[in-house]
Write a protein that binds this ligand. Structure first.
Ligand code: ADP
Length: 307
């Protein structure tokens, strides 16, 4: 493997008694998209903040582009692009002015930035909104403007904290397409997400974190194969819960309940589907195991206090 773009080794962060990031290590290769998934409060945002030099780790090291954080923080930030969860666009400036002002933080000349602005707006599908202020934009447009702004310094690595949370399906798809283009250009991406379809679609590799610790790491499909039976049968409807502990349970390798739904995980769903035919009042859904199943298996089904 070529030298990693980002290398995080043994990262620890404590707040008072609580250890919110615990001995976390990972690397990102050039051109790679690494997804960090985990329940609310797992330490994802804190990890990103440490990579940005905004939060000081209690232990561990962060190296980016061969430079060391925090010693070379300025040189590292010059090659980073960031989209945070919060909208940090300046409401008093137009879209074009937001890009201009942000570019100045990197010491870029106005003429240089102005030259880049049309391409950045076009990338964000906002060419016709150059003079509009953020308050006039939809949620998806604002997020794309934030992405365009993060690209003003032509970064090698993008840190994206839940880039599509709150967007409608069309806006999410457009964002995914743009991120794919950036990956195709050779940029690297670290992203956090709660959307398992997003993680599967965009990420070459995933880091599953919980309580600040890495609990699994690998390519999405490989993780599914490693931890799950290939077939899932979801059963819901009146009387579904009574199936737990019944003879049908023996037809599955594992059974889980979430709300009103019973999940049967199995190597072969055929015998189970045949047996379920005797229960016409129940609704069934037979599907391949997916990342959501993996996430729930590894991190549990209970709602987190931070949620
Ligand atoms: P995630 O992004 O995975 O939801 P966070 O990194 O935001 O998780 O938070 C991890 C834990 O650290 C949470 O329990 C949160 O309450 C706590 N935390 C985050 N920032 C601070 C802070 N500045 N002071 C105290 N606790 C914090």
């Amino acid at each position: 493997m070529s030298d990693p773009i980002l290398s995080v080794q043994g990262l620890v962060k404590r707040y008072g008694e609580a250890t919110v990031v615990s001995d976390l290590s990972f690397e990102i290769a050039p051109g790679e998209c690494l997804g960090v998934i985990g329940p609310n409060g797992a330490g994802k945002t804190t990890t990103i903040r440490m990579c940005l030099g905004l939060t000081v780790p209690d232990a561990g090291g962060i190296t980016a582009f061969g430079l060391q954080m925090p010693r070379d923080a300025l040189a590292i930030k010059a090659q980073l692009g960031v989209v945070s969860q919060m909208d940090t666009l300046d409401p008093d400036f137009s879209c074009a002015e937001n890009l201009l002002v942000y570019g100045r933080y990197f010491g870029l000349q106005d003429a240089q930035i102005r030259q880049r602005i049309p391409a950045l707006l076009e990338f964000a599908s906002l060419s016709n909104k150059a003079q509009a202020k953020p308050g006039e934009l939809s949620g998806g447009m604002k997020r794309r403007l934030s992405l365009a702004r993060a690209l003003v310094n032509n970064p090698r690595l993008l840190l994206l904290d839940e880039p599509t949370t709150g967007l409608d399906p069309q806006a999410r798809h457009l964002m995914w397409e743009r991120l794919q283009l950036l990956l195709a250009e050779g940029k690297s991406i670290l992203l956090t997400t709660h959307f398992m379809d997003e993680a599967e679609r965009l990420c070459h590799r995933l880091l599953v974190v919980d309580h600040g610790k890495k609990i699994a790491e690998g390519a999405p499909r490989e993780l599914i194969r490693r931890y799950l039976e290939p077939d899932v049968v979801e059963v819901y409807g009146s009387g579904a819960l009574a199936l737990v502990g019944s003879a049908l349970q023996a037809l599955a390798a594992r059974v889980e309940v979430s709300g009103e739904t019973v999940f049967f995980y199995t190597q072969d769903a055929k015998p189970l589907m045949q047996a379920l035919a005797a229960y016409p009042q129940l609704r069934t859904l037979h599907r391949p195991a997916n990342l959501e199943d993996l996430f729930l298996k590894l991190t549990g089904r209970q709602i987190r206090e931070d949620a």
